[in-house]
Design a protein. Structure first.
Length: 296
């Protein structure tokens, strides 16, 4: 005797299928105004089931367990309240590497890859360099460079113990013996003239910027985002000590806001750095400005 027909999106036992779960989550997110609702739905369903997007599609009639349905509802609810997808998953891809992230750190963003690209282009590939990543957070910049250049020594500096723990997990996951993590305040821990390069993606949002209370930024640490009335306070602090730590000709490269390049170039010039240049990100915005310590 043939089996009774099934309602689309349900299993014979009445549970929802992957296809139904994906559709329902995408509809909820789209109704809330998320423009990437289908992708986000697949990411949260994938997080619950352990399946990538291809398998979600291929195994569309596979049922979710009751526990998975509850977990999915919780994740969608958190997203509807504005929590970043990266926090829901606990992961974010950066430089084609899967990194652990959390509320204690900034979520690595594509524009920060501009800083990694610039460092790779500006520093000698085969030299055994000592490079500091100040305010390393999840370790994204240091991890990417340590992964690309195994003979460089990366030093990730971070004041937050919670952020350092996340960076340590990323270091261990990728097996990076050429990355050391240091609890400290910017470059204060370094000896004079001991570094070949200083890199940083410091806080650079003006403290009264309304964007700080909007979108994903509401869930990220304010101390990693805001820097004084003009957004340049952290950059000034880094510059105040950078030349003490850099060897002659050493590189200082800083990420900054899309409209801050002129101000950052002026600050580097005031501190007597040479070969000052600015690099644009993929969106065409001036995103990273660098200079060299004099005497190289």
């Amino acid at each position: 005797m043939p089996s009774p027909p099934r309602t689309p999106g349900t299993t014979r036992s009445g549970g929802i299928t992957l296809a139904d779960a994906r559709r329902a989550a995408a509809a909820q997110l789209a109704e809330a105004g998320y423009t990437s609702a289908p992708l986000e739905a697949d990411l949260v369903v994938g997080a619950v089931t352990g399946l990538d997007r291809a398998r979600l599609i291929a195994w569309s009639e596979q049922p979710l367990s009751s526990a998975q349905q509850v977990q999915l509802e919780q994740l969608v609810s958190r997203r509807l309240q504005g929590e970043p997808v990266a926090h829901l998953l606990g992961l974010r891809e950066f430089w084609s590497l899967e990194l652990r992230v959390g509320p204690a750190t900034l979520i690595p963003r594509p524009e920060t890859e501009t800083l990694v690209e610039h460092a790779l282009a500006a520093l000698p590939e085969r030299s055994p360099l000592w490079i500091a990543d100040l305010g390393t957070g999840s370790g994204a910049i240091a991890v990417a460079l340590a992964h690309e250049r195994r003979h460089w020594m990366l030093l990730g500096v971070e004041l937050s113990d919670a952020a350092l723990a996340i960076a340590a997990d990323n270091k261990a996951h990728l097996g990076l013996s050429n990355l050391a993590l240091i609890r400290g305040d910017w470059s204060a821990a370094f000896a004079p003239s001991g570094l070949d390069a200083i890199l940083a993606n410091p806080p650079y949002v003006p403290q009264h910027d309304p964007h700080l209370s909007q979108g994903d930024l509401r869930f990220e640490p304010r101390s990693a985002l805001a820097a004084g009335t003009d957004g340049l306070a952290a950059i000034r602090m880094i510059l105040a000590d950078a030349l003490r730590c850099l060897r002659p000709g050493g590189l200082l490269a800083l990420e900054h806001g899309w409209d801050q390049a002129n101000a950052v170039r002026a600050l580097l010039s005031e501190h007597k750095l040479t070969e000052i240049t600015t690099v644009r990100d993929l969106a065409g915005h001036e995103r990273v400005t660098s200079g060299r310590a004099p005497g190289g």
